[in-house]
Write a protein of this length. Structure first.
Length: 722
């Protein structure tokens, strides 16, 4: 029985916890095991589970850490699949009762114990790993010595079962890159398995079909052969699913490997120079889509090579003129010294722009170069759009350069705003950075930029992108939106107020923010209409609104306030199904305090009235699954609590979570719902247990009993009679 058949023995379907991420599989001893569909192209697949042999050891890799939790393990055949995986990684001479070390996954450890396995809590040290046959671990930001211990353990014959949610890691580590910056990918690169950007759609009722081995072309090796054979062909990829799958797999592999990758880099590189690959690049007028496999591959491979091309050899790419934009002919290049406050980590705007394909020289103090961790970034548009089915710009257009000497040279084929990136652990102080060979860009800094100089000079700077910076927020937009902006201070101030209010509701207003947030508009973003993160992202149709202080104060912007809210949402009080619910508490709060629209007034965001939404709720048989599927219906529950007890109750409860020691933080969704019920009830002195039951939000009997001596509370006319 071969490896995949062993792993899938008596398995027809596994769970899809949350939004599982995608895996790149390209090693000669690696294999896709279970696949899911691309979210925008159901006929194209990528692995959600992969496996591989690594010298004397074996690994099984999952695309979501939820596979180590009770809910997923108990769904469909996931438990059986985990059992198969644990026995498979023990190897041909494995024990009938392997000793399994578990790192930080208590629900998995409990299930293993109940299932008859010998499961112990372990650590990623040679001594601890030496006492187990298999280790199960969620990869995140493990230290180098931990990944080295794991590497030695597996190569020496140990078994590894590991899981991670790559898009969540990207969201929480915006200053790093999955390729090269993520500990899990550093560990598994020699195996030829990598966690990739994006997520997958289910392929069956409970999750992912596992009825048989995946298509060969979900592995980059066979996919490359198909792509190479068809790279110059004239065909409709939608009519040839095998070829479409091959090109999609190769593009995915290109997005998560480096050109010097010993398993894949050279083979990908041979396609870059194929005469039929280059020539048509993505643009707004002519996007490149799934039917354009060769062109997508050309764009992907150019980016792959561009990531590591020495600055002196970087050309200006033809697509740069379309986006992010070109520099007017005759524009002078300038030299400036900018002051950088190293007490604030991450990006520091310089008001300078690198022209596409042109060298810019950056000179840093010797102390900063010696300290390490500093980077020079070219380009504000950091979203990789690899997972999108159609590309209206190149899939990756920003680039970072580590500061390894006092003087470095940087260049990007696409150009972009220049930033100095300060590491989190930098010595506090100020440093002067000299930049030579750049183009001036509009930059207004609240409290620093002279308004007359802004109006007469700065806003007319020739670079195509501009920034307005306040205390809490820096917004990046097309320079044409600021050419006529007379009062940039008003823009900075209204955005500062938005963030102040968001922090206020979150209970963080007593702690000054250490890092200003950023909001960038882009032609195409990685996911959604807008998304949170650093930077927050929106499409170009919002570029005027981003710098319209009057509109923000009088009309607001649900999407802007919502995404800022995500950056402050606390997952200790946000359980599964409530991510898009609790975030809108911030939206409603900013609307009320900034725009003047109270929660009880105009219902924003959903496009439906409260009465229409409430008509979906069956008071006699409340449906928690419906509650989770309809975030604006669920939001009514939180709005009822606000209308009865006020915003201060929320602020005080949120603040209690910030003060929790780690041992008291909820670890599961059950614990999150229980703590939310109990903490809010204790804050307002009312028993909300029956209220939660009326909405169908499950809590434990123990939690309800703990507040049973309080007066029961229900909103007026709720539950509604039928």
């Amino acid at each position: 029985m071969d490896d995949v058949h062993f792993l899938l023995h008596e398995v027809s379907e596994i769970a899809a916890p949350g939004y599982p991420g995608r895996l790149c599989v390209y090693g000669p001893d690696a294999m896709p095991v279970v696949v899911g569909s691309f979210h925008d192209a159901p006929s194209v697949s990528a692995p959600v589970v992969a496996a591989g042999r690594w010298q004397s050891g074996r690994v099984v890799v999952f695309g979501h850490d939820g596979y180590f939790r009770r809910a997923a393990i108990g769904t469909a055949d996931t438990g059986r699949f985990l059992t198969n995986a644990l026995f498979w990684v023990t190897g041909d001479a494995g024990s009938a009762n392997p000793r399994i070390g578990v790192v930080g996954a208590p629900e998995l450890r409990d299930w293993l114990g109940r299932s008859g396995f010998t499961a112990v809590e372990t650590t990623l040290t040679p001594e601890s790993l030496g006492t187990v046959d298999v280790v199960a671990v969620v990869m995140w930001n493990q230290r180098v010595r931990e990944t080295e211990a794991l590497r030695a353990f597996v190569r020496g014959g140990g078994g590894l079962v590991t899981a991670a949610t790559p898009w969540a890691w990207e969201d929480q580590n915006p200053h790093l890159n999955l390729v090269g910056g993520y500990a899990g990918n550093q560990l598994l690169a020699p195996v030829g398995i990598q966690w990739a950007s994006g997520f997958l759609q289910p392929t069956s009722g409970n999750g992912f079909s596992a009825a048989g081995p995946p298509p060969e072309s979900t592995h980059a090796g066979p996919a490359l052969e198909v792509a190479a054979a068809n790279v110059g062909g004239n065909f409709n990829l939608l009519g040839d699913p095998g070829v479409a799958q091959a090109f999609a797999t190769v593009v995915l592999a290109a997005s998560c490997t480096s050109p010097d990758d010993p398993l894949l880099g050279a083979r990908l590189g041979t396609l870059v120079d194929h005469p039929s690959v280059a020539g048509r690049w993505p643009s707004e007028a002519r996007p490149i889509g799934r039917t354009d496999g060769a062109e997508q591959l050309a764009a992907a491979l150019f980016v792959l090579r561009h990531r590591h091309t020495p600055p002196e050899a970087v050309p200006a790419h033809p697509a740069a003129a379309d986006f992010p934009g070109s520099i007017p002919a005759g524009t002078p290049r300038v030299s400036r010294t900018v002051s950088v406050d190293t007490r604030t980590p991450r990006w520091h705007s310089t008001g300078l722009y690198a022209a596409p394909g042109e060298l810019v020289t950056v000179t840093m103090p010797a102390s900063a170069a010696a300290a390490g961790g500093y980077q020079v970034r070219v380009g504000a548009h950091t979203d990789g759009i690899w997972l999108r089915s159609d590309w209206s710009r190149m899939p990756e257009i920003s680039r970072r350069f580590p500061v390894s000497a006092t003087t470095i040279r940087v260049a990007s084929a696409f150009g972009g705003l220049i930033y100095i990136e300060v590491p989190e652990d930098a010595a506090a102080g100020r440093i002067d950075v000299h930049i030579d060979g750049a183009v001036a860009a509009p930059l207004f800094v609240l409290g620093e930029t002279d308004l007359a100089v802004w109006r007469n000079e700065i806003r007319h700077a020739p670079a195509p992108w501009a920034e307005i910076a306040g205390r809490n927020m820096i917004v990046t937009t097309d320079s044409r939106e600021v050419r006529g902006l007379d009062d940039p201070a008003a823009v900075a101030e209204v955005w500062d107020r938005v963030v102040d209010l968001t922090r206020e509701l979150a209970g963080r207003d007593s702690r000054p923010p250490s890092i200003p947030e950023r909001f960038v508009v882009d032609r195409q973003i990685s996911v959604g209409y807008m998304h949170s993160g650093y930077p927050l992202m929106a499409h170009l149709d919002q570029q005027a609104n981003l710098v319209d202080a009057g509109h923000l104060r009088s009309e607001g912007n649900w999407g802007f306030f919502h995404e800022v809210g995500h950056n402050h949402q606390n997952y200790d009080w946000t359980f599964d199904g409530a991510v898009e619910v609790t975030v809108n508490l911030f939206t409603l709060y900013v609307y009320e305090r900034l725009v003047g629209i109270p929660v009880a007034g105009r219902w924003r965001g959903s496009g439906r009235s409260r009465a229409e939404l409430m008509a979906l709720h069956d008071v006699n048989n409340p449906d928690f699954d419906l509650w989770k599927r309809e975030p604006f219906l669920a939001l009514i529950m939180y709005a009822q609590m606000q209308e009865a007890f006020g915003w201060n109750a929320y602020r005080r409860v949120f603040a209690t979570y910030l003060a929790l020691p780690d041992r008291e933080r909820p670890k599961t969704d059950d614990e999150k719902r229980d703590q939310w019920l109990v903490r809010f009830s204790e804050e307002v002195g009312r028993n909300l247990g029956p209220f939660f039951e009326a909405w169908g939000v499950p809590t434990s009997q123990e939690a309800r009993d703990s507040i049973s001596d309080m007066p029961v509370w229900m909103p007026p006319n709720f539950p509604p009679s039928r």
